[in-house]
Design a protein around this ligand. Structure first.
Ligand SMILES: [Zn+2]
Length: 51
């Protein structure tokens, strides 16, 4: 089961295992995990890595 994709996420695994991409499937640009790797709860920038 790929629950992330079913939920409408790209779900590409981070190369360092730090999370999965939570942008929509087929997006342009970098993968971003908006829930992992944030510097603070107020941060809007997530963990980002290139395609
Ligand atoms: Zn992605």
């Amino acid at each position: 089961m790929t629950g992330g994709r079913a939920a409408g996420y790209c779900w590409q695994k981070h190369p360092e295992g730090a999370g999965r991409c939570t942008r929509p499937p087929g997006h342009d640009g970098d993968h971003v995990d908006y829930y992992t790797g944030r510097r603070s709860l107020a941060a809007t920038e997530g963990h980002r890595w290139p395609q």
